[in-house]
Design a protein around this ligand. Structure first.
Ligand code: LLP
Length: 429
């Protein structure tokens, strides 16, 4: 029996399944597997619990805020990390009490804060001095919500610059190095706010855990200093999310069990035998849902164009940057496969392009069968995170449906494709 951490979660469809789904729901189509999703969450939870005495896992719902996904994450014991009123409303609509949600954000609108407090949110992750001032004025209303300070620990992770957030030059959180974090603690103490601890999130799609571990240690050192200097006893240390996933065979993230141990050991080396025994928290998004999803596309046009030294084969699919903006934003790479098996004809290098009026190079360098042709279905693996949640209507394409392949073997529509009426519902001519 594999332990929950050893499960093989690479999710792909066979030809029959893919053709049936494409026929029934159309393409592009986001497909999720419940078994893999639950396994990933259990594996993470199990690994985290094995690494420290008191832990709490949250699910960063920005990765995929489809209500059905939030519901499953909550059923598996996660609190829900929300980064806007909209995400909080999504969690509530999924049946999650606000008391199981944590509210993040670098520029929360006062209305959003009030909505979160009135809903009974469990904790607010406070990002800046304006937010402390604002909360202090609301606090006279005697909310019981807990506050956690987001800190910029001053570590620079190895990842795409657009998803690195732990460095000092970041819009997120209070810098430890310039004294802002300490001043924020003193201010919350002065205002008698319900501060319970500290948070950081150093970056996303981290394949090397060192920056994340350094962030956790910096948080622990800061917590210890606040105890010694000001008698503030941190009850919570939250290390954010960030663990990467294997989008291609070149990506090899640390196994989650080693990753959690690395973070927890770092903290316990710092806190040692001191009186600080905080609850440790993490809030991964991608590592929980990314591998549980794939996207199905249908090939429309196959075009060969002359380029220096040969030809380039463009394989155009019926989706693109509106359903997966990650290649355009971060140069993200994916594993792309034709659903029907490779025939005798071998493979050729192709550029899979999207249908939008941009270069829209979705997957610029993939091997596809030589006989790739109109009507073929492609599956793009590991699209469960930051695809549907980042989708747009560019060029007025309706956003795709999401289906869930349930553990019982049935297919459940979680989100249907957008209708034309919905597309124009907000317009006034
Ligand atoms: N916690 C906080 C405070 C965050 O800002 C994030 C992600 C997470 C947790 C979850 O991070 P994860 O475990 O998923 O790496 N759109 C980008 C990712 C941006 C992530 C922003 N914050 C992408 O597609 O790669």
């Amino acid at each position: 029996m594999p332990t929950p951490c050893e499960v093989d979660t690479t999710f792909r469809l066979d030809t029959q399944q893919a053709e049936d789904l494409a026929r029934q729901f159309g393409t592009p189509l986001y497909v999720l597997t419940e078994t893999c999703l639950r396994q990933r969450i259990r594996a993470y939870k199990h690994a985290f619990e094995a690494s420290a005495e008191r832990t709490q896992l949250c699910y960063a719902s920005k990765a995929n805020s489809t209500l059905g996904v939030i519901k499953i994450a909550h059923e598996e014991g996660c609190r829900i990390d929300v980064a806007s009123e909209g995400e909080l409303r999504a969690a509530i609509a999924a049946g999650v009490p606000a008391g199981d949600c944590e509210f993040h954000g670098s520029n929360k609108h006062p209305d959003e804060l009030l909505f979160a407090l009135e809903s009974g949110i469990h904790a607010i992750n406070v990002d800046n001095f304006e937010e402390i001032e604002h909360l202090s004025s609301l606090w006279q209303l005697r909310y019981t919500t807990k506050l956690v300070l987001r800190l910029a620990p001053g570590v620079d992770p190895i990842t795409h610059e657009k998803i690195a957030t732990g460095q000092e030059d970041s819009k997120f959180g209070f810098n430890i190095s310039d004294g802002s974090a300490e001043r924020a603690v003193l201010l919350t103490m002065k205002f008698k706010l319900h501060l319970v601890g500290f948070h950081c999130h150093v970056g996303s799609q981290l394949l090397d855990p060192e920056a994340q571990a350094a962030g956790a240690e910096a948080l622990a050192r800061f917590a210890l200093r606040m105890l010694e200097s000001h008698g503030f006893e941190a009850q919570v240390l939250n290390f954010g999310g960030g663990l990467g996933i294997p989008y291609t065979k070149d990506d090899s993230p640390l196994p989650v069990i080693e990753y959690c141990r690395r973070l927890a050991d770092g903290v316990s080396n710092v806190l040692g035998e001191t009186s600080l025994k905080p609850l440790l928290m993490q809030e991964p998004g991608r590592a929980l849902v990314g591998e549980a999803g794939l996207t199905l596309y249908q090939v429309g046009v196959v075009k060969e164009v002359p380029v220096a030294g040969g030809t380039r084969v463009y394989v155009s699919v019926d989706g693109g940057l509106a359903d997966n903006p990650r290649p355009a934003l971060y140069g993200a790479e994916y594993t792309v496969e034709r659903v029907s098996p490779v025939t005798e004809s071998g493979l050729k290098r192709c550029t899979v392009s999207g249908r939008h009026c941009e270069t829209d190079e979705l997957f610029p360098n993939v091997l596809l069968p030589n006989d790739i042709a109109q009507g073929d279905l492609l599956q793009v693996l590991c699209t469960g995170a930051y695809n549907s949640s980042m989708a747009s209507n560019y060029n007025r394409y309706p956003r795709p449906a999401t289906v869930l392949l349930t553990t019982e073997g049935t297919t459940r529509l979680l989100q249907r494709q957008e209708t034309w009426d919905e597309m124009f519902a907000r317009e006034i001519v």
